[in-house]
Every structure is written in structure tokens, then in C-alpha cells.
Design a protein around this ligand. Structure first.
Ligand code: FAD
Length: 497
């Protein structure tokens, strides 16, 4: 790169490593794994915990919490299944202990030992870019180490955004980074909890704490929850949260925080008026921002507007410095971080021979509220916004035999197709195990199969997965050729003599 040499750096003639990966979350672990498998000499540097956000503060603890909350919910509603309903006793520290046990059980998958065994050198410490080929590591054990390397992958992830609400910093808020430790030894759930934020993380946490017994007020500035999803999907989640006792306050802006006589409060603005909500704990879940500062990106002139700026090959301004995961955007999911890691690692190691564009054509995700909301491809709102013509086929899960038997007969499968064709443009599923059900559509979209192929596939009876076949059948019925049908009718009449 022209800028590189203009800055007076000299490219080393020999390198200590083929690749240095900064950050051992999903993106960093997968990058290092691929590099080691390709026989590269690779060093993975982690400043905090191996496994990053997903294992320690994100997906894993939140899903373990959701499970305990769901059991509590089912106990409370056991009469739906012909059993006696009971109000669950919730020794909260035991719930938290289980969450930490789950983390500990998964930890070996991401551990220093496992990666060392795979051929990755793991260094615990804070990495900083010195020049485009040199990384300096402030080792956790003390001292520093400098490594020259042909390529570098930035996989430093993201962290919770804390909005500048007056009084918030002083009051002692929780985030997904802190709540798992800070609430760990608490014998009871927070009695009154405010959850700031109506996105996926806010919704998952609000519902879980409400089910475990907290009085939850969820504050969202936007007119509805889960703005990224279509209103019909988000509406299901909102209704479910309300049924669980969450006070959903959409269109409410948090403006100040404070304490009166030991009583903590949050002041919110709504419809031109203001009022206060008392609470014991507040969880801030208004979004997560990439970790961009403090490790040399600015000094190297790498643009860091909202994410690390990269091209389609995940290369920064310097083709040998790449980025993957939350720090690179545009998505913030573990599976996308892992997906990008493949492109980053291959391009980092072999880019001067052949490079591959990161492929975002079929990206699925799910929000693990009850009901779950899973999506791949276009939503209706996105199709309209982008002026993409589409047809909608919808199957109500309330009509599905297995869902009725399970007492989970709610939700829908909504498929957007190209008008007159079975080519899938997008799918939203709301319901029990929606995240699992979506996999069939993800596969179909990835490999160019239409609804006809799903309809022609045997699905086990009675399963929730039959919903996918049902929606395909619905599409088929709506596209029957009328002319062919009348011909058939005449043929059958003729056959009767
Ligand atoms: C509550 C919550 C629930 C979530 N649930 C889901 C879910 O259900 N499904 C899903 O797909 N995603 C979920 N996510 C998102 C998911 O956790 C992230 O998308 C994923 O962790 C991103 O991985 P990453 O490798 O980009 O970054 P991270 O996992 O954040 O890893 C980055 C690592 O880099 C380290 N690091 C940073 N700077 C340096 C440095 N200079 N030197 C050395 N190390 C450094 C950090 O310590 C960190 O460990 C959730 C997130 C949260 C917070």
C-alpha cells in the first residue's frame, strides 16, 4: 500500500509468524483454527477470556438463563398440560450457578489447551499494532513480546453501548458484560428491574427476568420492539412479553437517572410528558459497538467509523491486515463471525495467490424469546423499501398437529417468493424452535432450491418441521394452473363414461 511505505516503515525481510490473530472470540478462534489447519505458524492473542463474548457474556449465558426461565414459566402454567400449576421457588444464585456451570462445560471447546493442541500459539495479553507487520503484546503474565507477521486479523469484537443519560454512570448500571458476575451471588432476582432497549438482547433478558419473578419495565425509544423484524413478528414477541408481565414501554425515551432516599429511578419522556420509574437494577441493552480504539488502528490510518473499514475481501487499507466478526460488521452474530473468519484467514494466508469475497447472500439469525423469531433473507419491510417485487405465503403454526399436541400452537412461517415462481427471497418464522426450523430454508436458499423442493421432501409426522412443508403446500395450492385443472376434470369425466 502506498501509505505504508510513505510512513517510513520497512517491511521485514523475514517474519516470525504467517498470521497473528487479535481476539479469541468466535472470529479469532475460527481464523486461528483455519490457519493452523493450513500449516501456518499462527499466534492468537486474547486480552480477556478465551471464547470472547459469545461464551462468557453473550449467547451461552443468555441461552442458559432463557432455559431456566422457560422451566419456571412451564411450572407456572403446568395446568395447560393437565398438571397442577405451581409458583416456582427461584433461588436465583442457583440459577446463576447453573449458568456458570454451562459456561464451564463449554469452555474447553475454546480453551488455550485445545487451541495449543491444534497447533495455535495462544498468548494471553493485550495486542497493539506497531506497524503493518508488527504486533506488540503486553503479556498478562508481565512483560511485552513483539512479533513480526506476514498477516494480521483484527477480531476484537464489540462491547455494550452505554448512552449518555445524566446520572446513569453514577447509579451503577449492568450490561451483558457485567451482569453475569455482578448478579452471581444474589439470592433473589432483582425485585424491580429496568431493561433499557427493545432489541433482541433486551427482549431476551426482559422476558427471562420476568419469568423468574422480577417486575420488569422495558424501555424502548422506537415505536415498537425489535424494529429490524416485520411488525407481525415483533407483535408476537411484544404480546408474549406482556403476557409474562413485562411492562413494555415503547415510544419512551430515557432522559435521566437518579436516587431519592435510596430509591433509584429512571425518568422517561413519552408523548411530551415525563415520569419516573423506580428500580433496584437497570440493565443497559441498547446495542453493541465495535472495539476499535487503543490498539493502533488510528495510528496506522485505518478508518474506523463505526466498524473497521474493509473491502469485500475483509482487507483493510493494508491488504495484509484483515478484520472479521463484530468489529468488521455488518452483522453481530457468532455464526457470521465464524463465517467471515474463513474468508479472512484464507485471504490473509493466500490472498496474493487468490482471494475470496465474503459472501453475505444468505445470512440467518434468531432471537431466542418465547416464541423465537428466526429470519433469513428479506423481510416484507425490506422488500418494500428496496422495491423488490414479492409474493407472501403464510402458514399459521396454530394449525400444526405437533404444535397443538405440544401446547405451542402459535406463530407462523412466512415466505417471500419471486412473483409466480417458487424461488425464496426471505423467510420469517415465529414459534417454538423457530431458529432450528429455519435451517431447511437457509439450506434451500443457499443452494438455489425453491418451495417445490421442500414440498417434495418427506418430513416426519408429527414434527414442527412439517410447518415448512405446509407453507410450501400453501404456495403450491395458490399457484395451481386453472387450465390444467379444468382439463383434468374433463379427462376424469370422460373416463367415467
Ligand atoms: C447477551 C448477548 C447475547 C447474544 N446472543 C447471541 C446469539 O444467541 N446468537 C448469536 O449468533 N450471537 C449472539 N450474540 C452476539 C455474539 O456474542 C457476537 O456476535 C460474537 O461474540 C462476536 O464474536 P467476535 O469474535 O467478533 O467478538 P468477541 O466474541 O467479542 O471476541 C473478541 C475478543 O477480542 C478480545 N480483544 C479485544 N481487543 C483486544 C486486543 N487489543 N488484544 C487482545 N484481545 C483483544 C476481547 O477480549 C474479546 O474476547 C449475543 C451477544 C450478547 C451480548
Amino acid at each position: 500500500m502506498p501509505g505504508a511505505l510513505a510512513n517510513g516503515w520497512t517491511k521485514p525481510k523475514r517474519f516470525d509468524r504467517n498470521l497473528v490473530v487479535i481476539g479469541a472470540g468466535s472470529a479469532g478462534l475460527v481464523s486461528a483454527y483455519i490457519a493452523a489447519a493450513a500449516k501456518a505458524k499462527v499466534t492468537l492473542v486474547e486480552a480477556n477470556k478465551m471464547g470472547g463474548d459469545c461464551l462468557n457474556f453473550g449467547c451461552v449465558p443468555s441461552k442458559a438463563l432463557i432455559k431456566s426461565a422457560k422451566v419456571a414459566h412451564q411450572m407456572r402454567h403446568a395446568d395447560h398440560y393437565g398438571l397442577e400449576a405451581v409458583e416456582p421457588k427461584v433461588p436465583f444464585s442457583a440459577v446463576m450457578e447453573r449458568i456458570h456451570k454451562v459456561i464451564a462445560e463449554i469452555e474447553p471447546h475454546d480453551s488455550v489447551e485445545r487451541y495449543t493442541g491444534l497447533g495455535v500459539e495462544v498468548l494471553q495479553g493485550y495486542a497493539k499494532l506497531i506497524d503493518p507487520w508488527t504486533v506488540e503484546i503486553a503479556l498478562s503474565s508481565g512483560g511485552t513480546q513483539r512479533l513480526t507477521t506476514r498477516a494480521i486479523i483484527i477480531a476484537t469484537g464489540a462491547q455494550p453501548v452505554v448512552p449518555p443519560i445524566p446520572g446513569l454512570a453514577e447509579i451503577g448500571y449492568l450490561t451483558s458484560d457485567t451482569l453475569w458476575e455482578r448478579l452471581r451471588d444474589r439470592p433473589e432476582v432483582p425485585r424491580r428491574l429496568v431493561v433499557l432497549g427493545g432489541g433482541p438482547i433486551g427482549c431476551e433478558l426482559a422476558q427471562s427476568f420476568a419469568r423468574l419473578g422480577s417486575q420488569v419495565a422495558q424501555i424502548e425509544m422506537a415505536p415498537r420492539l425489535m424494529m429490524r423484524e416485520d411488525p407481525d413478528a415483533a407483535g408476537f414477541v411484544e404480546a408474549s412479553l406482556k403476557a409474562d408481565g413485562v411492562q413494555v414501554l415503547t415510544g419512551h425515551k430515557a432522559v435521566a437517572c437518579g436516587t431519592d432516599d435510596d430509591e433509584k429511578w429512571l425518568e422517561v419522556e413519552h408523548d411530551g410528558g415525563r415520569h419516573r420509574i423506580g428500580f433496584d437494577e437497570i440493565i443497559v441493552a441498547v446495542g453493541r459497538a465495535p472495539r476499535l480504539k487503543g490498539f493502533g488502528l488510528e495510528e496506522l490510518g485505518i478508518k474506523v467509523d463505526r466498524v473497521v473499514e474493509t473491502n469485500e475481501y475483509l482487507q483493510t487499507l493494508y491488504p495484509n491486515i484483515l478484520a472479521a466478526g463484530d468489529v468488521a460488521g455488518p452483522y453481530q452474530f457468532t455464526h457470521v463471525a465464524g463465517h467471515q473468519a474463513w474468508f479472512a484467514a484464507i485471504n490473509a494466508l493466500f490472498g496474493d495467490l487468490k482471494s475470496f469475497k465474503a459472501d453475505y447472500s444468505v445470512i440467518p439469525w434468531a432471537t431466542f424469546t418465547d416464541p423465537e423469531v428466526a429470519r433469513v433473507g428479506l423481510s416484507e419491510a425490506e422488500a418494500k423499501e428496496k422495491n423488490i417485487p414479492y409474493e407472501v405465503t403464510r402458514f399459521g403454526i396454530d394449525d400444526l398437529d405437533r404444535a397443538i399436541a405440544d401446547g405451542s400452537a402459535h406463530g407462523f412461517v412466512k415466505v417471500l417468493t419471486v412473483p409466480g415462481k417458487d424461488k425464496i427471497l426471505g423467510v420469517t418464522i415465529v414459534g417454538e424452535h423457530a431458529g432450528d426450523l429455519l435451517a431447511e430454508f437457509v439450506f434451500a436458499m443457499k443452494h438455489g432450491h425453491g418451495l417445490g423442493k421442500i414440498l417434495g421432501t418427506i418430513h416426519i409426522y408429527p414434527t414442527l418441521a412439517e410447518a415448512n412443508k405446509m407453507v410450501a403446500g400453501q404456495w403450491r395450492r395458490a399457484h395451481i394452473n386453472g387450465f390444467l385443472l379444468s382439463l383434468l376434470e374433463r379427462f376424469q369425466t370422460w373416463r367415467r363414461g
